[in-house]
Design a protein around this ligand. Structure first.
Ligand SMILES: [Zn+2]
Length: 642
């Protein structure tokens, strides 16, 4: 064995041992599986520190960089070495001065997080005048659903109090240190450093695409907001008769941040609910993915989908076992994903189906990365956020398609979703489609502005003024519905200068959809999609850049064109497209699930609920496992206290 081959094997084995141990403990801690919860979460934290120590070792990075320049090894070994260099470069800092500063930043971030955690967040009750404690999820929910306008406004002001709090508790010092670090490492500022390392795109190039998207959705969004304000102002006018006596109203402006989301939320969720029974979610996922030709190359997928006491409150997918070839021998992926569905609650079936499509899309991606080392197929940096989210968001985008809905969204008696409901859903969502994208863009634009402020202007007043300006410009309201500095991503080192990934992914999803629609005419049950995504998007893993994967499939680099078209399409044109896609699917064969073993995902799928195994495809076919799942869910719904 050459010395390079030995080095690569050693890296692989050490990384896999540290990664698997960290991830298995993480899963056990987050799912509340262990008998001793305290001890498990302590062990999980220690395993994470051990992995970080390995990945942040500056000497390892210098040594690998030096090896990369000495020309040893064959082409495949050199490619693998480059993969490891990229992985260590995304985690380690080899300049000692910069490393010291980075450590000071981590300490300051931890101090701010502690202060923020101890902050008595809540709202001032408009009737009693008392301060009521409430977390940020609760405050956001109040803004969307509380019929009392004064309470919605109080919830909004509660969220805003996070901003003044963080500005007075060290956030500005963190921004200054982050910028100093970015510049020390040779970049324009902190944001530029992060995009260059994580997305492998300088800030300038990234925002060229985002600026384009913002410019081309401005006019349509302005018109949609004007129409929205007119409609709701008319409803609120005294003496004005409305069709619906219980119509939602607001006495202050309909575009005030505490009114906008509330007035927008319609009755569609309730009407869609019968067509998304929770018990059918697993079956629909399996059949749709199999019909697309998606396979998992022997992976083991463990799914824990239902909420319970002691379980972590956010859904996620993690891959404890990255897929790769170990000395030519295939090691299939081992992937876990979780959701917090409440069977029987309105909208829970749709959300469970979305989770399965989204996380199942991530899993398909990570199970199909064909590198010679695990550095290419793990979900953290240098794997780009935009690249990873494109794979999951493409899959969940299918659920909104009219042809998917008439084929798969059947109610309990087997009736497909009617066209009238498909149209009503389009009428509700399409007019503000552009606004939704601009709301997502508010975070990266505000962060860019923050890191570009000259140091002597980094005062609470100037920062808030700058952020409010970005919010008004993009959302067209007096202020953003969710105050930017109340978004937790900005505070922590791991997720700041990161949110653009979701916007870039949304662009790539529409670019991908447009490519398949132009080439094949349809998406639902198109058997060419799985193999094409596997070849162009999934196989290289992070060895290719996001842009290179898009070029490999669609023939062009990342562009806002397709998303701009989707945002600016009129309601009538969207409805016409929905009708055409439903017409066109009539002549195409349906995925044949008459044969009991038609769903071939090449995966071992296990659904668990904590320590209880609900169903598995081991020793049985997918349809049998899916009907066990359905039975179990029906049992949960029946047992649910009403
Ligand atoms: Zn995701």
């Amino acid at each position: 064995m050459t010395s390079l081959a030995a080095t690569l094997r050693d890296l692989r084995d050490r990384y896999i041992a540290l990664h698997e141990s960290k991830e298995d403990l993480f899963w056990s801690a987050k799912m509340g599986l262990a008998a001793d919860v305290e001890a498990t979460s302590r062990a999980a934290a220690e395993a994470e520190i051990a992995l970080n120590r390995f990945l942040q070792d500056p000497e390892m990075l210098s040594r690998l960089r030096k090896t990369a320049t000495d020309g040893s090894g064959d082409a495949s070994e050199r490619r693998t070495l480059q993969g490891w260099v990229a992985m260590f470069a995304a985690n380690a800092i080899d300049d000692p001065q910069a490393r010291a500063l980075s450590e000071r930043i981590v300490e300051a971030e931890a101090a701010l997080e502690r202060a923020r955690g101890a902050m008595p967040l809540g709202y001032l009750d408009p009737v009693s005048g008392e301060h009521v404690l409430a977390g940020s999820n609760k405050l956001a929910l109040m803004m969307r659903t509380d019929p009392d306008e004064a309470r919605r406004r109080a919830a909004f002001e509660g969220l805003r109090s996070i901003e003044t709090f963080v500005l007075e508790n060290g956030f500005l010092e963190i921004v200054k240190m982050r910028n100093a670090l970015g510049r020390m490492l040779g970049y324009e500022d902190y944001y530029d450093w992060r995009t260059s390392v994580v997305e492998r795109m300088p800030k300038r190039d990234l925002f060229r695409v985002l600026d384009d998207l913002a410019a081309r959705t401005a006019e349509g969004t302005r018109a949609a907001l004007d129409a929205f304000a007119r409609t709701h102002a008319a409803k609120a006018a005294p003496g004005e008769a409305t069709m619906d006596g219980a119509a939602k109203q607001a006495t202050t402006s309909p575009t005030a941040p505490w009114n906008f989301g509330f007035l927008r939320a319609g009755a569609i969720t309730r009407e869609l609910d019968p067509y998304f029974p929770f018990d059918q979610a697993l079956s629909r996922w399996g059949r749709s993915f199999a019909a697309l030709g998606v396979t998992y190359r022997g992976a083991t997928l463990t799914l824990d989908l239902v909420d319970r006491v002691g379980k972590y409150e956010n859904g996620f997918m993690h891959g404890p076992g990255p897929a790769f070839f170990a000395d030519g021998e295939w090691r299939p992926a081992r992937i876990n994903f979780t959701a917090n569905a409440v069977p029987g609650a309105i909208g829970s079936g749709l959300r469970a189906t979305e989770t399965l499509f989204h996380e199942g899309g991530h899993a398909a991606h990570f199970a199909n990365i064909l590198g010679d080392a695990p550095c290419f197929s793990q979900e953290f940096a240098p794997t780009s956020v935009a690249y990873a989210e494109t794979q999951s968001m493409f899959m969940d985008s299918l659920l909104g398609d009219a042809d998917w809905r008439v084929r798969y969204a059947l109610d309990a008696s087997g009736q497909p979703m009617p066209m009238a409901l498909i149209e009503a859903a389009i009428r509700e969502s399409q007019p503000l489609r552009g606004w939704d994208v601009r709301a997502l863009m508010t975070v990266p634009f505000a962060e860019r502005a923050l890191y570009e402020l000259p140091e002597d202007e980094l005062t609470p007043e100037r920062v808030l003024e700058t952020i409010r300006g970005v919010e008004r410009e993009l959302q067209g309201l007096d202020a953003a519905v969710r105050p930017v500095l109340a978004v937790p991503h900005l505070l922590s080192g791991g997720s700041s200068a990161y949110y653009h990934g979701y916007v870039l992914a949304e662009m790539a999803v529409y670019q991908t959809r447009a490519f398949f629609l132009a080439r094949d005419g349809y998406l639902t049950d198109n058997p060419r999609i799985g193999p094409d995504l596997a070849r162009a998007y999934w196989a290289p893993g992070n060895a290719a850049t996001f842009d290179e994967t898009l070029r490999a499939l669609t023939g062009s680099g990342l562009s806002a064109d397709a998303l701009v078209d989707a945002c600016n399409r009129s309601v009538d044109a969207s409805i016409a497209l929905a009708h055409a896609s439903v017409e066109a699917q009539r002549t195409r064969p349906r995925f044949e699930d008459a044969a009991h073993d038609a769903v071939q995902l090449d995966a071992s799928v296990r659904v668990i609920h904590g320590t209880h195994l609900v169903c598995t495809t081991d020793g049985s076919d997918f349809a049998t496992a899916a009907s066990r799942f359905a039975e179990w869910v029906r049992g949960l719904v029946a047992a649910r206290p009403s």
